[in-house]
Design a protein around this ligand. Structure first.
Ligand SMILES: *Cc1c(COP(=O)(O)O)cnc(C)c1O
Length: 455
């Protein structure tokens, strides 16, 4: 490709593409990177510059790019069939994958409902728990609402936004959203109750319980990101929190929906975050890492009890009236099977433990930077919260766009990351090497220093 072609592509990108979650006025003015290739944990742009994929291509990539076994699985399936429908038919990869997912999921989840992204996986969970109560003899027709947690993120479709808790997104679309009960979630660095862990005794849970106590007859389900609220700012829940939420849901007869879209497939150090606290949710939503970050695929795993609530004679109309066109796509499912095989055969999670400890060590120096307020890590997921004043935790002025400036600085040094406001996020592929972790941390450290200490 010539320099002229490259120029033309950049012009056409700005001319024709409306990028997600992007203020296009700013985007149009900045010079942009166009990725042409990837290999392992590196991305390569059209000029031939290499970058560490510091957020695993938006939290999706697991074993690295151009992983041979995933490439081969895709090519092999392509020689058979690219797509056929799951509406009234089945296909081989979707069936094999479903069996594998159930085998590794927390015991009690027995059925797989496919879709193609995290938002729909959650949307499906909401509709299922709602419909269950509307039609099942053991259900309760009054249970039509949901509990949502502050700072939660479950996707961008209307149902998923309705149970989200990031005010910026929630308030813009408020008139479109269905009502729900909002409960305070733990954000220990900025505790809404002004307490600190562990002395607090998880006091934020009393808020959840108060809502359940007063309204359980109206509540179908609670949706939660287990262990880490991702888009809310990599907010790590204190130990024991998830288990207590599970206990409360059981006590008040409320379904627990675990949104493992971000945390699933090893990001927290175990295959699924729920495993850390021996929690079995009633529904578990998976997406992002399910295909090793190769293709759009999602799965909603469901407990037998819920599935049975939809069984009946045709004319009872208890069918789950939902299904996306590309549900159970054979190409995506074939890659997902290969992804799980790699986990097993290359012992990905065993190798990961040392990397997590190494990452923790490399993060230690960040805490003494003047404008780093909090460093949060769970597994390979990291959030570095930048503040104006460490003593008072006063945030940086949003118009300074400090987080954005840090990631632009990192790009100059060969690292691609994306911030959440002024939280710098690191979430490399599980396949990252210790040497690459060193490089990633060094670049991010330097970039934070340069941006926050400039006069
Ligand atoms: C990314 C994400 C989603 C949404 O997934 P999409 O594939 O973008 O629709 C839902 N929940 C969590 C926790 C996520 O991180």
């Amino acid at each position: 490709m010539t320099g002229k072609d490259r120029k033309e592509l950049e012009i056409d990108d700005k001319k024709y593409i409306w990028h997600p979650f992007t203020q296009m006025r700013g985007y149009e003015k900045e010079s942009q990177i166009i990725i042409e290739e990837g290999n392992g944990c590196l991305l390569r742009d059209m000029e031939g510059n290499s970058y560490i994929d510091g957020v695993s291509s938006l939290w999706t990539n697991v074993h690295g790019h151009r992983k041979k076994r995933l490439d081969d699985a895709l090519k092999e399936q392509l020689d058979k069939i690219a797509h056929s429908t799951l509406l009234g038919l089945s296909n081989i990869p979707a069936t094999r994958l479903a069996k594998k997912l159930i085998a590794i999921a927390p015991a009690g989840l027995t059925k797989v409902f496919y879709s193609d992204n995290g938002s729909t996986a959650n949307e499906i969970a909401l509709k299922m728990t709602f419909q269950y109560h509307q039609q099942c003899p053991s259900g309760n027709r009054g249970k039509k609402k949901f509990i949502r947690l502050s700072n939660a993120y479950h996707g961008d479709t209307i149902g998923s936004v309705s149970v989200g808790g990031i005010d910026l997104f929630h308030s813009m679309y408020r008139d479109l959203l269905f009502p729900s009960f909002k409960a305070e979630a733990p954000y220990c660095y900025r505790c809404a109750l002004g307490k600190s862990y562990p002395a607090c005794g998880l006091a934020c849970l009393t808020h959840v319980e108060d809502i359940m106590k007063a309204h359980n007859h109206e509540i179908a389900a609670l949706m939660i990101e287990p262990l880490v609220q991702g888009a809310g700012g990599i907010l790590v829940q204190p130990p024991g929190y998830l288990k207590r939420v599970r206990e409360l849901c059981t006590r008040y007869n409320i379904f627990m929906i675990a949104d493992e879209v971000a945390v699933g497939f090893g990001k927290t150090g175990k295959m699924f975050a729920c495993e850390h606290e021996d929690v079995v949710p009633d529904i578990m939503a998976l997406a992002k890492g399910i295909t090793g970050g190769y293709l759009p695929l999602a799965a909603t795993l469901v407990a037998e009890e819920i599935y049975e609530g939809f069984l009946g004679e045709f004319e009872e109309f208890k069918t789950f009236f939902h299904g996306h066109t590309f549900t159970g796509n054979p190409l995506a499912c074939a890659v997902a099977i290969a992804n799980l095989k790699i986990f097993e055969e290359e012992r990905t999670l065993d190798h990961l433990q040392g990397k997590i400890a190494h990452l923790a060590k490399k993060l230690r120096p960040f805490a003494s930077l003047d404008h780093v307020g909090d460093v949060r890590q769970c597994g390979i997921m990291v959030g570095i919260e930048l503040v104006y004043n460490r003593a008072t935790k006063q945030p940086l002025p949003p118009e300074k766009r400090t987080g954005h400036r840090v990631i632009m600085e990192a790009r100059k040094r060969g690292v691609i990351i994306r911030p959440l406001g002024d939280v710098i996020v690191l979430m490399p592929p599980l396949g990252i090497s210790k040497k690459e972790i060193d490089q990633l941390c060094q670049v991010v450290y330097d970039s934070i220093r340069i941006v926050t200490e400039e006069k």
